[in-house]
Design a protein around this ligand. Structure first.
Ligand SMILES: [Zn+2]
Length: 129
């Protein structure tokens, strides 16, 4: 099963840099976890996927873009991505992991990210006394 998803994409790096700056410590691309989450917080048992809106078919203008060439090839592939994402989230939940999906379009509105991370991860260790 070939994977389309790239590692270390720009949106992913933006989230990683921010999480690090906020004091969260994490691991990357844990292959032993379903779906290989992009950013993993083992102690919190929480994982983040940073999804490209097009490849993972977000309900936003970026995700609504349709491939112009070879739709017969791409559309089933994109649908399969969405299915695989749902499977990975379900498996992680069954293993007791909490999962957050951050979309590419959300990383383009940087003011929204810190509150998103905080509400998912709790106060960063750096902020605790
Ligand atoms: Zn989006």
């Amino acid at each position: 099963m070939r994977r389309i998803r790239k590692k270390n994409t720009k949106p992913e790096m933006a989230v990683r840099r921010l999480a690090h700056r906020m004091g969260y410590r994490y691991r990357l691309h844990r292959r032993d976890l379903p779906g290989t989450p992009d950013i993993v917080f083992p102690r919190l048992r929480k994982a983040i996927f940073v999804h490209g809106c097009f490849w993972h078919q977000h309900a936003c203008p970026l995700g609504a873009k349709k491939p112009s060439a070879n739709p017969d090839y791409w559309l089933p592939k994109l649908a399969r991505n969405v299915e695989r994402d749902a499977e990975a989230r379900a498996k992680l939940a069954a293993m007791g992991w909490e999962v957050l999906v951050i979309w590419e379009c959300e990383t383009r509105a940087p003011a929204r990210l810190p509150p998103l991370l905080k509400s998912f991860l709790g106060s960063p260790p750096a902020a605790r006394s």
